[in-house]
Design a protein around this ligand. Sequence first.
Ligand code: C6P
Length: 405
Amino acid sequence: MGFNYQNIRKDFPILDQQVNLRPWTYLDNAATSQRPIQVIEKIREFSVLTNANIHRGTHTHAIRTTEAYENAREIVKDFLHAKEREEVIFTHGTTESINLVAWSFCEKFLSEGDEIIVTEMEHHANIVPWQMACERHHATLKVIPFSDNGELKSELLTALISDRTRIIAVTHVSNTLGTVNPVKEIIRVAHSHNVPVLIDGAQSVPHISIDVQDLDCDFFVFSGHKIYGPTGIGVLYGKRAWLEAMPPFLGGGEMIERVTFEKTTYNELPYKFEAGTPHYVGAIGLGTAIQYILNLGLDHIASYEHHLLTEASEKMKALGNLQIFGETPSKTGVISFQLDQIHPFDLGTLLDQLGIAVRTGRLCADPVMDHYHVTAMTRASFAFYNTSEEIDRFIEALKRIRSMF
Ligand code: C6P
């Protein structure tokens, strides 16, 4: 497979522990991924040796920190294949990135009677900010539905777009169904109607190589903590023309050019959207995390995770009376499911007793729950450090729990 997965486990010391006297099996990677020792060490080394505020000082450590932060921006730019570093804004995460666009873009471009399109499989973070914008501007939210197998009915997009559509916001990969959406085609259709597109990449960046210029997306957002980096750091990529046209989101230090009580003028990109002291340590850690996965190779990661997904899906189905939500041919390592009539909260708690961590609940995707008429789901999600042995442990645990009911 191109790299040694057992060696990789050594980079993730957190995985080498027991929970409830069993080897810990972490299958909640779509919620947050674990950080390799290289990221932890980078943050530690930086905090021990270099810490100083950025863009503000002329002393040695201020300059070093600023350089490290701006270097992280370069790493993200190359990772996304963005054209310019000015198009990369650091935020606190996907949620803030979407809120930034939903506020700033809509402030400028959304008027009464206009429309925004999202999909039925969005995470709440890619629904609520648009809904709030629609309420503020008296606009309407329209929704592209998905089929029961988890496939987006993207062929309906053309019929949904009207001359009042101002923006389309679509998840690249569903956090619940694992579906990889045909975002390039969606963007092509949207652009043929002069409508910009925001792609929520929170669940795609850890698994799929991204080229924002090839996709031609107008905005692309993701979080550091889902890509083996720190929490509290995220990215907004935006095409320069849109970012230039949009008003700032937050006001404060660094986002200004000149302040007087009569009038304030704003800083150039990317600083116009980075008010206040940014999470520079997080950005530096994110840069290291990106370098880590690039070293492993995203293609290798994708093919190994696909192997884990196939193995787990087949073994789960072989149990019988287990429903998997989302079974499109193109999906990442996310399996949301229902076992017999066992409530997901009971299942999650009992799995934890057996040392296995999964996510349970509404998965921040109420409309997906409504689609399947369920109140909750159980979700197992995989990363490249998971193993076949862990899948077997998970399957054995499901069998054992089933026998208790
Ligand atoms: N999904 C999950 O368990 P933040 O919380 O800002 O880092 O990411 C929000 C978000 C946005 N879009 C998608 C597709 C996501 O999956 C998430 C986060 C986690 O599914 C936590 S709810």
